[in-house]
Write a protein that binds this ligand. Sequence first.
Ligand SMILES: [Mn+2]
Length: 374
Amino acid sequence: MVKLLHFSDTHLGYAEYNRIDPVTGINQREQDFYNAWQQVIDAIFIHHPDIVVHTGDLFHTPRPSNRAIRIALESIQKISEAGIPLVIISGNHETPRIKATGSIFESIALFNNVYTAYNSVYERFRVKGCDFHCVPHCSLSEELEAAFAAVTLAPDAAKNVFLTHGAWSGKQVYEMGEFNEQRIPDVEGALGIHFDYVALGHYHKRLEVTPNACYCGSTERTSMNEAGNTCGYLLVDLENGARTYHEINTRPMFRLPAVNCQGKTAALIYAELQQLMRPEMEQAMVSLTLENIESSAFLKLDMREIDAIFAPVFYLQKTILRETTGNEQLVTGSRIESLAVEFDRYLDSIEMPDLNKKRLRELGLRYLTGSGQV
Ligand SMILES: [Mn+2]
């Protein structure tokens, strides 16, 4: 009986939003990712799998912070010392674009019982009688093709497990939309090889793409597009193919249905938003979209009022779409364009008999949005 614990896309070092964890004093989202990681590490010592596999994006960047490295190495050392083998491949997020940079995986490879594939080539490891066929992220498509072409089976392997990181491009495509993601073929179909399990990383949603190929999903959510995804890890029994998914506790994320503001005043919009705020959204990340808002309502709309309605949430991402006239639509995201929009609204609201308001608006918006020379 060989039992695997499969986890992936832990993105250690990811940080977002200017919120500080009151206990540790570090960025709260960065801490959230460490907390998620820690839950899986704890689970390893609860389940005692025979082998642990991680299918890439251990770190969020090729040059992780000292803190992210320390947290990863502390846990890996603990797993190594417990004698639990760990097989790990690099993903697109931590693979350096220039090979001379070197890889953080060189340090991870120093531990006993740890098998790492990160050199953009196929590598096969024999662990407890089972073969682990690893194709990490490759920067070039030729490297990826060569890696797949190099896959071979050893006749004496008790089990064969394939590990790779990328966007599945079989009959269906599961991609993240990242600029450097690699597309991987239907592994068993392309190679004409049956594996006991195909462990996939990259796609942040847990998904069974064929009867024995699985994305286990990420351990935290790196974008609002991932609202609705669960976070966790998979336990896989290589004898009978049985898999059980274990969800971990992460910060909740909600994408609220777009609010149609057509014909509504600012006061009516606030009232509607009050209905949307629910108790389970406390300390959650929430994405809110207001659409078809009329100019008169938009000018009166006070962002502070909206923030006050959603005060219990951890982070509110606001997208405001003005009523369209022809093919023109003003898109307002509270994160980047709020200053420009505030300025725009401010100019609309004041009387300036002695000034050229149009010119002032042009100049101001260019400064605030950083678009070209003034
Ligand atoms: Mn990822």
